[in-house]
Design a protein around this ligand. Sequence first.
Ligand code: KG4
Ligand code: ZN
Length: 345
Amino acid sequence: MKTLVLGIESSCDETAVALLLSEKEGEAPRLLSSIISSQIPLHRLHGGVVPELASRNHSANLPALLRESLDKAGCTVADVDVFAATAGPGLVAALLVGNTTGKALALAAGKPFVAVNHLEGHLLSPFVAHPAGLVPHLGLLASGGHTLFVDVRCIGDYRLLGRSLDDAAGEAFDKVGKMLDLPYPGGPEIDKRAALGDPAAFDLPRPMLHEPHLNVSFSGLKTAVLYLLPKLCPSGNPHDLPEQMLNDLCASVQQAIIDVLIGKAMRAIRQTKHRTLAISGGVSCNAALRTRLADACEKNGVEFILPPNSLTTDNAAMIAFAALLKARAGQTSPLDTPVDPNLRL
Ligand code: KG4
Ligand code: ZN
């Protein structure tokens, strides 16, 4: 059955709207439009996300984004079969903007609403354009707020195998970036600099890497960098670091994070016996992580599925896709479904 889904994402610092059309079950849906308005330049001035500014901007941007997204897709609100919005986790006032808008549209159009867990959206994002659709697999979700190893059986059936016990992988990139006074967010900046540096230049900790469980910890990494900085330059000011040394440090930090993610992902593959690994979340657009995971999967005879870069960081296409699968499974949401800033998978 033909289904047109309108998805809204507003959990943090990106306002996003997408229209996803499924012509037939069993065929990959078509993304008619996916528009993201990033607030990163605004929050960069403050070195991180300011919740009040985020929600005000979602509220100011969303109507125009909806208009643009519908126009680009060549459809109207009346054509939409399912409305969806992120319900959590995230910043509560930011979530409320997109969520309330999605519910109001559903109410006005007399169509169902689907409240989508942001984490589920990320987890399913590698399958938006995958011809085989969703298959049972090991999911590695690495974003600014979460690092999760998940046994995904089918839509709505997720078993959490391991997670970060402190900082998420993206948070580790961002905190080190802040320490080095790189522009916010640190992840993409470290990625760029790491490509010019030596990943073996500095010996940084890889906690829990060899322990048999699937949890990880990244908070020791920022402490290690904090103690290392004054040894590298007496002023302790990152701007006094020679350019090459800064690049080497970025490469070494990135290598430590990637070693842990790959080590645990491969351990999880051995434990679950899954033959497919899918990665998602902002950190999954890291170039070195993609290359090294692809190699590790090839060596182990594991299929590696990753979303296009445009679907790794926060977007509404993943929200619309999760809603499509949920609506098909009969999992629509009453209009009084609350947002939950601490929603779990
Ligand atoms: O998925 P996402 O947009 O938001 C959350 O749900 O958290 O992820 C944002 C995170 C940030 O921590 C950012 O630094 C990180 O993804 N990130 C990267 C890269 N691009 C974004 N980390 C490493 N390398 C990148 N290229
Ligand atoms: Zn996210």
